[in-house]
Design a protein around this ligand. Structure first.
Ligand SMILES: [Zn+2]
Ligand SMILES: [Zn+2]
Length: 634
């Protein structure tokens, strides 16, 4: 190391030390209170006032308020600041004076930040109180955004509440002033008519989604002395299914707490909306609650099962992601997209257990579970992106993948995979490998419990935000190796950090199952993925790389008019294609930007395989016993 480099390093160290010192020196504000009103629901405008009492030794000449760019649990950047309007501020003021702070006392300093210039007024007051007001538009029913309309207010705090820069760790109060006749409910209720809450910090406040409406319902049950609320707001017919739904949610809670042990909260709330609008759908995890939005009505076919699917997934997050969490998941930096390699664990393994818990709760039989895992394998192994993107790279790409809006055309359909199904399959294979190689002495359940104990329960608090500390994927690899007594480095290298196909056969073989591969029944899809969103027309949504469709010069957005000289529709496309064989030359006509184009598809080998998990005929009693332990969770 040269002297110059040592000097540079010393300067760098000094600089970072003083930066840390500065951050530590920021004294907490005397108080920080959020007031939320919704005086005109039909306008979709939430009215927010942030009341800031500056500290005794306040020397600040300005104070910055910042809107998050995204919110925890959804990693795409949505820039909530775009819905902020009518920003103003005033100082608490001696009688008779007008202390309204006008421009330039309040000014926007960047896309997400507003600055209140306190020094603008030379008031004698040494401990001024600043009232910072704004409205924020919200008309999306989702776990990520917020909605205010004539029916209800439902908010995800990150999309409506600004934080005070450098004071995210400060304790906060929230006061909600609901419209007359509307009742408030969230996952932190001490009494039913509560209007005021105290939170240890901003991060926990925005972790508390809240529903305000005249007509939601609340069903209760208890497990291990903990209270569970199922709050339902239905915009369609429930078909008499609500009582059964509550009973089945209780079964899921029992199955998941049987694996983890009793959770640390006293009560937990499932906030469920049946939107009945055919498009609003979401599930979002929180520390003591979850927001679930189903696009259908509870009385409609398929909605009941879909709700339980989301319930099983979101409730598993009570442990995996909300408390046991990747290093980068709390406290958060809301000024830039999150970057973590661990979402295949946080989301993918949660997906695995979400499905497994429906089996352990007795809501699915073995066949239903294995069918679901077979579908997941079929999806991942046929995705072109699974040859290009690893589970960890998918996690890092979350800001582009997780319901992210794209103004620009992308090739992500061909280049990416989701960390949800990929992580689910890593969980499945890892669980079976550990159970198989240890003769049932250890399992992924043990790995998850050890992780929870080491990082959440037993680690000293690493930040103001929450108990314990976050883990890295290397930590997970180490704990999995320790618990199983296996060296799992090779497994992580090949299947987590690289794109090698998971060893399904070996893993399933331990429990007397095997993976059957078959050419898909739709033999020649020719490398065309249809755009099912396109209304009416038969439009190409994606052209797979190196496929017959690409060879024929077809492109996404081409509208298919005829195939083999016969007119074609959405309904008969696959049937028509199935009449042909490998090697056939099929004329195809498409419409592209007002031009009609004729070309020929040379049908290749069917590219799609279907996977099915089957019972092995030669399964031994030991393998069957191991399978029963896996399915029943012992
Ligand atoms: Zn509602
Ligand atoms: Zn999730």
């Amino acid at each position: 190391m040269t002297l110059l480099r040592r000097l540079a390093l010393l300067l760098l160290l000094l600089a970072s030390f003083s930066a840390i010192a500065a951050a530590q020196q920021e004294p907490p504000l005397r108080s920080l209170t959020y007031h939320l009103k919704m005086s005109r629901p039909v306008s979709h405008l939430f009215e927010v006032t942030i009341e800031v009492e500056l500290g005794n030794d306040a020397t600040a000449r300005s104070i910055d308020f910042q809107m998050p760019k995204w919110s925890p649990g959804r990693y795409a950047v949505f820039d909530f600041a775009k819905n902020v309007q009518e920003v103003s501020a005033r100082l608490a003021c001696p009688a008779g004076l007008d202390c309204t702070l006008a421009n330039p006392a309040v000014r926007r300093v960047d896309d997400q930040t507003w600055r209140v210039d306190i020094a603008h007024f030379n008031l004698p007051e040494k401990q001024p109180t600043v009232f910072f007001n704004y409205k924020v538009f919200g008309n999306d029913l989702s776990g990520t955004f917020s909605q205010l309309d004539s029916r209800h207010a439902n908010f995800n705090g990150g999309s409506i509440f600004m934080y005070v820069v450098n004071h995210k760790p400060d304790p906060v109060k929230l006061r909600i002033d609901p419209p007359a006749g509307w009742c408030v409910v969230n996952g932190r209720m001490d009494k039913s008519d509560q209007r005021e809450w105290r939170f240890p910090n901003y991060d926990v406040m925005i972790d508390t989604p809240t529903e305000i409406a005249p007509d939601w319902t609340d069903n209760e049950f208890q497990v291990d002395g903990k209270r569970y609320h199922v709050v339902v707001h239905s915009f369609g017919d429930e078909g008499g299914n609500r009582d059964n739904l509550v009973r089945d949610i209780e079964k899921i809670v029992r199955a998941e707490t049987a694996m983890w042990g009793p959770p640390e909260f006293d009560s937990y709330t499932f906030l469920i909306h049946f939107a009945a609008d055919d498009h609003s759908g979401d599930g979002m995890e929180h520390l003591t609650s979850t927001q679930i939005i189903e696009p259908g009505a509870l009385g409609e076919e398929g909605v009941y099962g879909s709700t339980l699917d989301t319930v099983a997934h979101e409730f598993f997050h009570v442990w995996n992601v909300k408390r046991l969490r990747p290093l980068e998941l709390g406290p958060w930096d809301f000024t830039r997209p999150l970057s973590t390699r661990g979402l295949w664990i946080a989301e993918g393994i949660t997906n695995y257990y979400g499905h497994m818990m429906r089996r352990r709760a007795g809501l699915w039989d073995d066949t239903a579970l294995l069918r679901r895992e077979s579908q997941t394998i079929t999806g991942i192994e046929n995705a072109p992106g699974s040859h290009l993107m690893s589970a960890e790279e998918s996690s890092l790409s979350a800001p582009f993948l997780d319901d992210a809006p794209h103004a620009q055309q992308t090739n992500l359909d061909n280049t990416s995979i989701s960390y949800y199904p990929k992580g689910e399959l890593i969980g499945l294979v890892l669980d079976l490998m550990i159970r198989g190689k240890t003769n049932g002495k250890a399992s992924l359940d043990d790995v998850m419990r050890r992780m929870y104990e080491e990082f959440y329960l037993k680690s000293p608090n690493a930040s103001y935000y929450l108990r314990g500390r976050g883990y890295t994927t290397e930590d997970f690899e180490r704990v999995a190796s320790e618990v199983s007594g296996l060296d799992l480095h090779g497994f992580f290298k090949l299947y987590v950090r690289d794109v090698t196909m998971l060893p399904y056969d070996e893993a399933l073989g331990f429990v007397g199952l095997s993976l059957v591969r078959e050419r898909a029944r739709q033999p020649f899809n020719a490398g065309i993925g249809l755009d099912w969103q396109a209304k009416g027309s038969l439009t190409i949504g994606v052209v797979h790389p190196n496929s017959p469709a690409e060879d024929a010069g077809l492109q996404e957005d081409d509208e298919i008019i005829s195939l083999g000289k016969k007119n074609i529709s959405r309904e008969n496309f696959l049937v028509s294609l199935a009449r042909y064989r490998q090697g056939d030359r099929v004329p195809i006509t498409v419409k592209r930007v007002r031009k009609t184009i004729q070309t020929t598809l040379l049908l290749g080998v069917p590219e799609r395989l279907e996977y099915r998990i089957d019972e092995r005929k030669d399964a031994t009693p030991q393998q069957k016993a191991l399978r029963a332990e896996w399915l029943n969770g012992s």
